[in-house]
Write a protein that binds this ligand. Structure first.
Ligand code: AMP
Length: 186
């Protein structure tokens, strides 16, 4: 049986994106609750992060938001859920990592990419074995997977790294892929 209890979601903070992405974020929030999983996220009320957290909270789930003080206004902290205010981005990211057993990456911008790639690079260095799934419905992450193919074909990263790159197109698929992967690693 999988022992994944908390999933960290990395996702975009923009409100200007196509509504389908916000809907997917809401669906993910609901799916986490249905599976009895806690959501760990960046603590804001904007964009996909706000959509995911509000959906999870409204469905009665556990949510932990972690936000740096300087972003309280900009990312409109979502105060209805458990939250921690930290002093810098590094502490936020470390705490999000420490509080979770696996990661799901929804569509997002440079911040989302940075968070996901840092966790992949820590995995590459053998610093953790927490699985990560990229979730989209429309191939949003395809260019990232093409870039990873390119890097692996160039032998900058070993072929074995592919097993860490999970791509899912529904929240349920993402969650079950993480659970399967977790069992394999342990
Ligand atoms: P974005 O995908 O650019 O909308 O950013 C998504 C989230 O990532 C936002 O909450 C950003 O504050 C956050 N973020 C951006 N850069 C970093 C970083 N270096 N460490 C942790 N979080 C970050």
């Amino acid at each position: 049986m999988s022992d994944i209890k908390s999933i960290c979601v990395y996702c975009g903070s923009s409100n200007a994106v196509t509504p389908a992405y916000l809907i997917l974020a809401r669906e993910l929030g609901q799916a986490l609750v249905q599976q009895g999983l806690r959501l760990v996220y960046g603590g804001g009320g904007v964009g996909l992060m706000g959509a995911c957290a509000q959906a999870a909270h409204q469905a009665g789930g556990d949510v932990l938001g972690i936000i740096p003080r300087f972003l309280l206004q900009k990312e409109r902290i979502y105060e209805d859920v458990e939250h921690r205010i930290v002093e810098d981005m590094h502490t936020r990211k470390q705490m999000m990592f420490d509080e979770s057993d696996a990661f799901i990456v929804l569509p997002g911008g440079i911040g989302t990419l940075e968070e996901a790639v840092e966790m992949l690079s820590w995995a590459r260095l053998g610093l953790h074995a927490k699985p990560m799934a990229f979730l989209d419905e429309d191939g949003f992450w395809d260019p990232f997977f093409e870039l990873m193919d390119h890097i692996i074909e160039g032998k900058f990263t070993p072929e074995a790294f592919r097993s860490l790159l999970i791509h899912a197109d529904t929240p349920q698929m993402a969650i079950s892929a993480l659970k399967d992967h977790h069992v394999k690693l342990s």
